[in-house]
Design a protein around this ligand. Structure first.
Ligand SMILES: [Cu+2]
Length: 205
């Protein structure tokens, strides 16, 4: 991962960071290889009521105001909004810069060996959970883990600054969610609908 160290509480939390891959000569072959950069944002939605809800995790003014909003499933209307890097109450949680349902699906085919490279450049940890499969933890902060000590898990906590590589065998066809297990992190602006740090592993034929 790379990121700014100039005013980094501001620059890093406004997105001046990213990931790159250094391929090892002895890297084990996989059929799919995905990078997932985890981030979080305090988005000024421009709506006083929505900002209030964003700062009150349990729904702001309650169901009445929720019913009035036409965009509760995605949080805010499409548009351009400012990010406030100085507050700790985040309302958007993204994978590669996008919150569900805008996150890119991870396409796999039956029989694939699939690698996911997870990195966290945010203030919070993100326990990433996979449905329908277990995975092996194959690298920690870019260092390969020998095959005889690899943990088999279905949730891995990615702390700030960490990278973890995980691999799974695509042997259970369907559409399976892969998501942060902190409930607030799978909603957009704390709305009721599914959102945030969540994507779908989609089997194709
Ligand atoms: Cu999270």
């Amino acid at each position: 991962m790379y990121h700014s160290h100039v005013h980094n509480a501001i620059q890093e939390l406004m997105g001046l960071d990213g990931m790159f891959i250094v391929r090892g000569k002895k890297e084990e072959p996989v059929q799919r290889d995905y990078v997932l950069l985890l981030q979080e944002w305090a988005v000024k939605t421009g709506s006083a009521s929505m900002d209030m809800e964003a700062n009150q995790p349990y729904g702001g003014k309650g169901q009445e105001s929720s019913k009035k909003s036409s965009n509760m499933s995605t949080g805010v209307k499409p548009g351009t909004y400012e990010i406030d890097p100085k507050v700790m109450m985040y309302n958007y949680f993204t994978i590669n810069g996008k919150a569900y349902p805008s996150t890119d699906p991870l396409f796999v085919r039956y029989g694939d060996r699939v690698r996911l490279r997870l990195g966290n450049l945010s203030m919070d940890s993100h326990p990433m959970h996979f449905h329908g499969h277990d995975f092996l933890v194959t690298a920690a902060d870019g260092n390969a883990i020998p095959s005889y000590v690899r943990l088999k898990k279905n949730t891995i906590n990615v702390a700030p600054g960490e990278t973890w590589d995980i691999e799974f065998f695509a042997n259970n066809p369907g559409n399976w969610v892969f998501h942060c297990h902190k409930p607030h992190h799978t909603a957009n602006a704390h709305s009721k609908g599914l959102g945030g740090m969540l994507t779908i592993v989609r089997y194709t034929t």
